[in-house]
Design a protein around this ligand. Structure first.
Ligand code: ZN
Length: 726
């Protein structure tokens, strides 16, 4: 018997997500063999909720078709126990069928006219009702009594998403008891009662999480934890009122349900999600992630095998972010049997190398600030464009230049200087006074800060401040209005818009305007290093959004805005106003010596959308300037498609190199793996390492040690490489 609880020791998970016809076809021998081959240490087994897989004593607890009196759930639990596996009982509980609704209409969400909320043929239950307070707890107690699972997970536990408002009687009473007024009639971010309703909704989900844990731990013992599934998609949690900071701090393990590919992000997003969630949960917790072995993108094919290369890229991207593997099949029997072959090599590699995949410390070069409050209260209904797109652009730019970053919550900036010397604020408009103080004190210690767009323009709840809260620090002040726009540029060539540019400081001057250095020699080397790599051009494309600002003499302007002019017909395509005094990029040195860079022009959002390499270059240059060349790790030979993550563990360094090359026009879809290399890795080290151990290639390479830098070459990276430097 292990001294540690299951949630500390079960690294690899498997889930055969039962469907209603499985009672007549589940093949226990096959799946036991599959557990063994894939080296899983825990399984997630469908127990109850919308569909029960055991003969529940509750008459309204709908049994799977063809279940009869059979206890399929209980049988699988026994087999898992015999195989020495941890067991999580899976619930899916946010909807009920017609008969249930007829018996308990008061447990179902209501729209403003009092009609029940429906999804397909089911009714959505309200998390404020006794369905969650009494009925589900008694179901969980029944499951515990029958089978003693190690813990519970629930698929869609958080109830009605933000876009809908529930007007049921429980909600009305409970919101009043919370100190709210009437349930808001519409989404109005300016309305204090609506904001109160939002806060109440976050609070009640956190309370529901705690309450469910009280229920399961009371009936099943102190380690019988209840875990709602958590998404790694930044929007998803806000839209379901899941307060990640509070809930992740509470839970002993994070069951990550982050399977679906979107149309914008590639595999790198899984690394980002792992790092971001670990930062809030703690790096000592496990975050297994449900990884579909079937096609889950747009469109979805639940029963068809996902290309193995795609599963490998998603899983290994997760490993780089501290995520553990968990295979997921829909149904227990498949005609597309190719999906049974995919997990085995991934999981076996994981077992062999688990010593370097957990219990380690992330050591990034830069912190990228992100918060749910900024998404919600500053992003509001436009959070996709307003707050998420800038964050995504920064992350993509850093990835392109293989700069390891950590997603950082504003509350954690206070202690960030020990870890990183540079933080980036991608349009973090909503910041509390306390968070502003954290940023100022980070700068006072000598840290560098890169801010973009309208950072610090509002309070935590999105109320406009009279002036940017960080204006002194950066020497930048808010003007009136803005130029350009944030969404995709209109593809209609006749009405194109936003044909705008940035004018860079002349090559023989440090600044775009302002005090001139009359004595400066006229060679092409006077520009700020932020513009490095752009020799040979005075302008770069822009096409983005630029809030108007004024700049104090203490800050230097590195680029100005060139306003829109026609692209069609070609004869009209010339700059009407080639020069302006509208600042686009500024830099100032803080009294403590850090660099304060402001991208007034939204190069972050632009790069995330348009992938213009000049924009990524400038962002990476700003980081390099901030770090004064003291990078913990640098790569060359990456073609911009190999990313680096760096960890420390007992004095050794662990480097993840991930191949981000995309061959399909759907991010997150990949049929083939294309090796990239040779890649040179330069690692800042204190001692004298002799060699680097390549855990994927299965060999060691010798390196060179020179001036505190250990450099070595990795010949090729197919999907990923994990390097251990002792
Ligand atoms: Zn309600």
């Amino acid at each position: 018997m292990s001294a540690q609880p299951w949630y500390k020791t079960a690294l690899r998970w498997g889930q055969t997500n039962l469907v209603e016809c499985d009672p007549k076809r589940y093949d226990g021998n096959f799946w036991r063999e599959h557990w063994k081959k894939t080296r899983v240490q825990g399984v997630i087994i469908n127990a109850g909720g919308i569909v029960a897989y055991y003969p529940s004593k509750f008459p309204l607890h709908h049994r799977a078709d063809m279940l009869g009196e059979r206890d399929l759930y209980g049988e699988i639990v026994k087999e898992a126990r015999a195989a020495g596996l941890a067991v999580i009982a899976r619930m899916d509980s946010n909807r009920v069928a017609e008969d249930f609704y007829a018996a308990h209409p008061e447990w179902v969400c209501r729209d403003i006219d009092g009609n029940p909320y429906r999804l397909a043929d089911k009714y959505v239950t309200c998390i404020g009702s006794d369905y969650y307070r009494e009925y589900l707890p008694s179901v969980m107690e029944e499951i515990i009594e029958r089978s003693q699972p190690d813990g519970f997970s629930d698929n869609s536990w958080a109830g009605l998403p933000r876009k809908h408002i529930c007007y049921c009687d429980s909600c009305k009473t409970q919101f009043r008891a919370y100190g709210g007024g009437e349930i808001p009639r519409k989404h109005d971010w300016e309305d204090e009662n609506y904001r109160n309703w939002l806060r109440w909704n976050f609070t009640r989900r956190t309370e529901l999480w705690k309450f469910n844990n009280q229920v399961t731990r009371k009936a099943g013992g102190e380690n019988c934890a209840w875990m709602g599934m958590i998404s790694g998609e930044p929007h998803h949690n806000s839209q379901r009122f899941i307060d990640l900071q509070k809930i992740l701090a509470e839970t002993p393990i994070v069951m990550l349900d982050h399977q679906r590919r979107n149309a914008i992000d590639g595999f790198e997003q899984n690394t980002e999600a792992g790092k971001r969630l670990h930062e809030m949960a703690g790096w000592d917790k496990l975050i297994p992630e449900s990884t579909p072995q079937y096609q889950l993108g747009a469109p979805v094919f639940r029963l068809s095998s996902m290309p193995p290369s795609e599963v490998r890229l998603w899983a290994t991207s997760g490993f780089a972010g501290g995520i553990q593997p968990w295979w997921h099949h829909i149904g227990s029997s498949h005609e597309d049997r190719r999906q049974y072959k995919t997990a085995e090599p991934i999981f076996q590699w994981h077992e062999k190398n688990q010593d370097v995949l957990v219990n380690r410390t992330l050591t990034p070069d830069v912190g990228v600030v992100w918060s749910q409050q900024n998404q919600d209260y500053f992003g509001r209904d436009e959070s996709d464009e307003k707050t998420l797109a800038p964050f995504r652009g920064i992350v993509k730019a850093l990835d392109r230049h293989a700069i390891p970053y950590v997603p950082l919550h504003p509350d954690d900036i206070a202690s960030a200087f020990e870890r990183v010397k540079c933080i980036i604020l991608p349009n973090i408009g909503a910041l509390s006074d306390e968070q502003i103080e954290h940023i100022k004190s980070f700068a006072a210690k000598g840290g560098s800060v890169i801010a973009t767009g309208e950072t610090s323009t509002a309070t935590l709840y999105g109320d406009r401040r009279p002036e940017l809260a960080l204006s002194e620090l950066f020497g930048v002040r808010r003007g009136q209005g803005a130029l350009g726009g944030t969404g995709p540029i209109n593809p209609d060539i006749e009405t194109w818009g936003r044909h705008t540019y940035l004018r860079l400081a002349p090559e023989n001057r440090a600044s775009a305007y302002g005090p001139q250095d009359a004595t400066a020699p006229k060679e092409a080397s006077k520009r700020n290093p932020i513009l490095k790599g752009l020799e040979g051009t005075d302008t770069i494309p822009f096409g983005g959004y630029l809030p108007l600002m004024t700049v104090d003499p203490s800050a230097e302007v590195l680029a100005t805005y060139i306003s829109d002019f026609p692209i069609f017909p070609p004869e009209t395509s010339w700059m009407r106003e080639p020069k302006s005094s509208t600042p686009a990029i500024t830099v100032k040195t803080s009294p403590a010596g850090g660099k304060m860079v402001w991208f007034i022009a939204d190069l972050d959002r632009c790069y995330g959308r348009d992938a213009n390499p000049d924009h990524a270059q400038i962002i990476a240059n700003a980081v390099n300037l901030a770090l004064e060349g003291n990078r913990k790790i640098e790569l060359s030979g990456t073609y911009g498609v190999i990313t680096a993550e760096l960890y420390e563990q007992d004095g050794r360094k662990i480097v993840h190199l991930n191949n981000r090359l995309l061959l399909s026009n759907v991010p997150g879809r990949q049929y083939d793996l294309i090796p990239i290399g040779p890649v040179e890795v330069r690692l800042a080290v204190a001692g004298k390492p002799a060699k680097a151990e390549l855990r994927v290639a299965g060999k060691s390479v010798t390196g060179k040690q020179e001036g505190g830098i250990f450099s070595f070459v990795v010949d090729a990276i197919l999907d990923h490489e994990v390097v251990v430097v002792e």
